[in-house]
Write a protein that binds this ligand. Structure first.
Ligand SMILES: N[C@@H](CCC(=O)N[C@@H](CS)C(=O)NCC(=O)O)C(=O)O
Length: 133
């Protein structure tokens, strides 16, 4: 096992699982439960423009949220922060921790909110989808 540290092996396992997760999602893509009309999409657009999902592509919790977003037919900006960089730094500095998925909610005149936990994010998006539709 010379040359392979436990950290390297864990990273390899994570990468492999991540790739399988992405592949599974491509083979069995989530489908919208009902198609929104153009008018509904226009009504939702200003609210959704304030929202971004900070995520890793191969993270199972992020996939759960991405699939819920597809089922709800919501147009939400995805921010991939798997690699070192500005977006990842912003998440840690402003959100408070490096954990994904995390929903960034920017409301004008208000402090930015960072919502962690996949179930809480899905519940929040569900309310927006229903309220504005
Ligand atoms: N309970 C959380 C779990 C989220 C979680 O464990 N995310 C992992 C990625 S799969 C994470 O952010 N780990 C931090 C890291 O990889 O540095 C949820 O449901 O959102």
């Amino acid at each position: 096992m010379d040359g392979y540290s436990p950290a390297m092996i864990l990273k390899l396992i994570r990468k492999t699982l991540g790739a399988l997760i992405i592949m599974g999602d491509q083979v069995f893509p989530a489908q919208p439960e009902s198609q929104r009309t153009e008018a509904e999409k226009r009504a939702l657009a200003p609210e959704l423009a304030r929202i971004s999902l900070y995520q890793f592509q191969g993270c199972p919790f992020c996939l759960k949220v991405r699939r819920a977003i597809k089922r709800m037919d919501l147009d939400i900006r995805l921010v991939n922060c798997e690699s070192e960089g500005t977006d990842r730094e912003t998440l840690v500095r402003e959100g408070g921790e490096l954990q994904v998925p995390c929903l960034r909610i920017d409301r004008s005149g208000e402090k930015t909110t960072w919502l962690y936990e996949s179930d809480a994010i899905i519940e929040y998006l569900g309310k927006i989808g229903k309220a504005t539709a």
